[in-house]
Design a protein around this ligand. Structure first.
Ligand code: SF4
Ligand code: SF4
Length: 502
């Protein structure tokens, strides 16, 4: 890196994306002619430290998100005796997921499906409005990579110091720095893996077990697994995860249009680029002084001046870097800016700019988000304290009794979500003079009394019997209703009654 004595702007020698691509292309050609492999060695990226609004926002997002991640498993929520008091817990052994006041069963997996759909549509909406904000600020890969880079800078120094260190011979100082850096990464990875496991088990108990070396093998295996993945993805693979492994960059372009906010280089203002001498005129040339600061700070090592690229995670650090340079050369900021393509084009032509947040795609995503959100809210508000499932016997479909009556068999399952044993009445509708009975008992007209065990699924084998004259079709659509004695809460389940062909 050298400082232009005239302007005071530091010029960084970097391999621009264009040059990088040429190197890779040349490597491929060389490999082909030599009959060798097409493997291109990774070009190590040394992102430079930068300060500015986007950097501060990234730090704020990192602190908030990591704070939530590490603190959440420690929040307690009293649910009564014998039940986990962890506010957020996925209890695999107990087959329950707890979210503060909400306790869901495996049978209610549709809540998880609804949440995932909400998250996906929310991401589509955010991307169509503000570009890759998820990638740039909130994705765990970005957050942990940022944290790992912070450790790296504290230990090995900024960009130039790190390049010098890597290019230099192995000395005691270099070895100690590398050991310190990787140790720091491993500690963060271990805390990450450990915290993740705490969402699946009682956090204080697991911590106590770990401190006393009494943690189970399953817990240790998963802590090890998540420690290793965090270390490899955040410390070693870094930008390669975004560029090669993550599917999101491949299809996020479908959510963007010319009115989406993206990080963009105002080429109309910056070109033709070139070095600039202090005191000389800006007439006939662009504002880009070709200092490469924007490339040097980029965590994915690209040159945003080459246009919008798949590798750009929209972090805005190149904006901070360029704003700093523009301040030095006393030109307006925002040569690289966070803007829409249509506004950038309008500025280039001297037309007034117009931001269009309300567009067909944002309306569709908002509508979808609202519909899914309302459906989920509706199902949550009307959620019954018990659920019923009825499975009809398929073999035999029906039995003709000695008196000519037709009998069908069913398995009725009552999922009692409360912690007390509860009484229910089962009634069959849609079949005249039908009688219900529990397996092994005599059929009686009217309701069948059932008792469901607390906090579990209780199964009953039942028979429904109807006189031959009442069975008019081969298939009669009917329903079972289960009503809680006392509370009057009713759940109805549709079914069919099968008889002989008429
Ligand atoms: S866009 Fe800005 S930071 Fe990048 S090379 Fe030009 S002047 Fe430097
Ligand atoms: S080009 Fe700019 S916004 Fe895109 S990843 Fe690089 S620094 Fe971040």
């Amino acid at each position: 890196m050298k400082e232009d004595p005239a302007t005071g702007v530091e010029t960084v020698d970097v391999l621009s994306a264009k040059v990088q691509k040429e190197i890779i292309k040349a490597a491929h050609e060389a490999a082909e002619t030599s009959g060798g492999s097409l493997y291109a060695k990774r070009l190590q990226i040394y992102p430079k430290d930068v300060s500015g609004a986007f950097r501060r926002f990234k730090w704020a997002a990192l602190v908030v998100l990591l704070g939530i991640y590490y603190i959440a498993p420690w929040i307690r929520w009293d649910r009564g005796p014998g039940v986990p008091d962890q506010a957020l817990l996925v209890d695999m052994m107990g087959q329950r997921a707890y979210f503060f006041w909400l306790e869901t069963w495996p049978q209610e997996i549709y809540y998880l499906a609804g949440l995932l759909i909400l998250a996906a549509v929310g991401l589509f909406l955010a991307t169509s409005l503000f570009g890759r904000v998820w990638c740039g600020f909130a994705c765990p890969q970005t957050v942990w990579t940022d944290l790992f880079m912070w450790v790296e800078r504290r230990v090995e120094g900024d960009r130039n110091a790190r390049i010098k260190l890597d290019e230099g011979p192995l000395t005691l100082e270099k070895a100690l720095k590398k050991i310190a850096k990787h140790s720091g990464w491993l500690v963060i990875s271990l805390l990450t893996g450990g915290a993740w496991i705490m969402y699946f088990t009682d956090a204080p108990t697991l911590t106590r077990d770990l401190v006393h070396f009494q943690a189970g093998q399953v817990a240790l295996f998963f802590i090890g697994l998540f420690t290793a993945t965090t270390y490899v993805l955040g410390g070693i693979a870094r930008e390669q995860v975004c560029t090669y492994m993550c599917p999101w960059p491949r299809f996020q372009a479908a959510m963007l249009d010319e009115d989406s906010m993206i990080v963009t280089y105002e080429a109309w203002r910056g070109e033709p680029r070139g070095k600039h001498k202090a005191g000389t005129d800006w007439e006939g040339r662009g504002h880009c002084v070709d200092c490469n600061q924007c490339v040097a700070v980029c965590p994915t090592g690209i040159d945003i001046r080459d246009g919008n690229q798949l590798e750009c995670i929209g972090c805005g650090l190149c904006i901070d870097a360029c704003n700093h340079v523009m301040g030095i050369v006393k030109l307006p900021r925002e040569l690289i800016t966070y803007d829409t393509i249509s506004c950038s084009a309008a500025r280039a032509e001297g037309r007034p700019t117009r931001y269009r947040l309300v567009r067909p795609r944002t309306l569709i995503y908002s509508g979808l988000f609202a519909v899914v959100g309302l459906v989920m809210l509706g199902t949550l508000l009307t959620r019954a304290s018990f659920d019923v499932n009825v499975v009809r016997d398929r073999n035999p479909l029906y039995v003709t009794l000695s008196d000519g009556a037709i009998r069908n068999g069913y398995t009725v399952k009552i999922l009692n979500k409360s912690r007390e044993s509860r009484s229910f009445e089962l009634v069959a509708h849609g079949l005249s003079r039908a009688e219900l009975s529990l397996s092994g008992q005599e059929a009686l007209p009217g309701a069948l009394a059932l008792t469901a065990q607390p906090d579990s699924v209780t199964s009953y084998r039942i028979f429904l019997r109807a006189p031959e004259a009442a069975v008019l079709d081969e298939t009669t659509v009917m329903a079972f209703s289960v009503t809680e004695t006392g509370q009057g809460e009713t759940v109805t389940h549709e079914s069919v009654f099968r008889g002989p062909a008429r």
